[in-house]
Design a protein around this ligand. Sequence first.
Ligand code: GLP
Length: 244
Amino acid sequence: IMFRTSDGVGRHVAHEVAALIRERNAAGKATVLGLPTGSTPVGVYRELIRLHREEGLDFSNVVTFNLDEYWPMKPDSLHSYNRWMRENFFNHVNVPEANIHIPRGDIGRIEVEEFCRQYEQAIVDAGGIDIQMLGIGRTGHIGFNEPGSSKSSRTRIINLDPVTRRDAASDFFGEENVPQRAITMGVGTILSARKVFVMALGEHKAKVIYKSLEGPETPEIVASFLQSHENVEFVLDAASAAQL
Ligand code: GLP
């Protein structure tokens, strides 16, 4: 689905999410969301906050799992996704603190595997992810599943691709300050979600969107694995859809 502007992309996804939350709230059931960071989803969060403030959209029965976090990374660091999520979303809505799950960038190396196993288990215990929202990196990554990630991969620690570290350099005041590693949900974790929205904005994403949608399914472009998901929607602005 294509919109002329980035606002259209954000609003469309936010309204789909809000519709599910309202339906579940009415039935007294929880809604489980998989959440991304980055510049792309900002419009979704902005619209969800507006719906909360102006229309009383209630997040008290929403459970969230974030896709990824740099490692090592302190939760309150300027660069952490944990802090980003609080500033851009959680501080402005009523998701209960106990329902918020974000990979921990502050755990020791030897505890990482056990943490990742527990993260997967928490998703299962919550009943699985209803809606997974995604951005896409120029390497074709979803979450931080860089080229070479397997389709069945689960939450784990990974090495970041040089292109990804270069793209993050301006946020970190220099590429040398970008962490080498991150914890990310796996491709298999993402593919287990019942509905997936992939969002992309801007000309610099046009090539990777073309490869993801029209190229072969390949671990070189991890987002291409989404082609085999039965309920995925790519929500694009005109610039990122330009090569389709
Ligand atoms: C980071 C995140 C991804 C995100 C990507 C694109 O690498 N880990 O989840 O999709 O950046 O970011 P942006 O939306 O800023 O282009």
